[in-house]
Design a protein around this ligand. Structure first.
Ligand code: PLP
Ligand code: COI
Length: 364
């Protein structure tokens, strides 16, 4: 972190925050991404000026000109991470520096200016400090932080914008899947792909998610919780889910997961799972996994468990896989032992309940 990147945020407290009673009622069953805290962070950018006007202010609508570039060409990126209350009464974030770095990788792909890592971290500290009383105390709850940036320049030409707005909003959340931690079903979309080589698959940009909505709707029509994408070239290999990476656990206790070749998001949970599994002496292979290998492995017993992982979903067992070529389940379709052990280890570190061997936990 260079000292020159430190910004002095102007704090403008919300004059009409949600009352204690209303907040308690909202926190009783937050769901996912439905309720929001009293404040937001905003920082502006202009070419030649850099990042300026860092502020914490009341959360509210952002005035937007109809010719704002983002509304036309979708120059937008975002991140997602969580803050937790810890047993000692403190607050911790999980690997926010990794999110800061990925934010800048996404920015580079979308021809947007980099945001100094220190500004990113400061912005998270500021919103957590002011909205501390919105973090759920529930053991499954957390404060989901959503930093994002978009092209705010008023201009219809197709080129990288000269002006951007960076914001952070915060949402108290419970489990991403409404059933809590129970196996989910996934639909292998035959119609859609998520990202081709050279595309934006490794960037966390809104456009990737817009393009995935039809596939997710298709999954819902087939009674599935999530969509899983095959690679765009051979339509054979597993890429990832709409909002999560995938792991399989084999009968020798090793883990396999698709490699980072630019078409999938380099998940921070994925990276954490690899490091935790390797530390526990498990072999982890990052290599292409065909749908056929998964199907045959599930039938023969070679594939014992499968799980999805991501900030929102944490680690969620995958029970049933549905596709046009027929459905199959992994083992008995339940929650695997290795999956649940890795989940517990990860969550205990994230929530400050276990030793943090990799220095991942960032105290606020
Ligand atoms: N893949 C996609 C498409 C995602 O949206 C996410 C969620 O952020 C992930 C994977 C998992 O990434 P992470 O573990 O960093 O949350
Ligand atoms: C996250 O896990 O942070 C995501 O952005 C995924 C989305 C499905 C909520």
């Amino acid at each position: 972190m260079s000292g020159g990147d430190h910004l002095d945020f102007e704090i403008r407290p919300n004059p009409a925050p949600v009352s204690d009673a209303d907040r308690a009622a909202l926190l009783a069953s937050p769901g996912f991404g439905r309720i929001f805290t009293d404040h937001m962070v905003t920082v502006r950018y202009a070419d030649g000026k850099g990042w300026y006007e860092p502020r914490v202010e009341a959360r509210g609508p952002i005035p937007m000109d109809p010719a704002s570039a983002v509304l036309h060409y979708a120059q937008e990126i975002f991140e997602g991470l969580k803050a937790y209350t810890t047993p000692d009464g403190g607050v911790a974030m999980f690997r926010p520096d990794a999110n800061a770095n990925r934010f800048n990788q996404s920015a580079a792909r979308m021809a947007m200016p980099a945001l100094p890592v220190e500004t990113f971290l400061q912005s998270l500290h500021e919103i957590i400090k002011i909205d501390r009383n919105w973090i759920p105390e529930d053991p499954e709850g957390s404060l989901y932080l959503r930093p994002f940036a978009y092209a705010s320049e008023v201009f219809l030409g197709v080129r990288p914008a000269n002006e951007y707005l960076y914001l952070v909003i915060a949402s108290p959340v419970g489990p991403y899947f409404s059933g809590g931690v129970k196996p989910v079903s996934i639909w292998v979309t035959p119609d859609f792909t998520r990202a081709a080589p050279g595309g934006t698959g490794a960037a966390k940009c809104g456009g990737n998610y817009a393009a995935g909505l039809s596939a997710q709707a298709e999954a819902s029509e087939h009674g599935c919780d999530q969509v899983v994408y095959l690679d765009a070239v051979e339509r054979k290999y597993i890429d990832e889910l709409g909002g999560m990476n995938v792991f399989l656990v084999l009968d020798d206790g090793s883990l396999i997961t698709p490699p980072l070749t630019g078409t999938i998001l380099p998940g921070i949970t994925r990276d954490s799972v690899i490091k935790l599994a390797e530390r526990a002496g498990r072999k982890v292979e990052e290599r292409p996994i065909s749908l056929q290998e998964w199907r045959e492995g599930a039938a023969s017993g070679r594939v014992r468990e499968a799980f999805a992982c991501g900030t929102a979903a944490v680690i969620t067992p995958i029970g049933t896989i549905k596709s046009e070529d027929g459905d199959f389940t992994v083992a008995d379709g339940g929650s695997g032992e290795v999956t649940m052990a890795i989940r517990k280890e990860l969550v205990d570190i994230q929530r400050g309940r276990a030793e943090d061997p990799f220095g991942w936990v960032h105290r606020v």
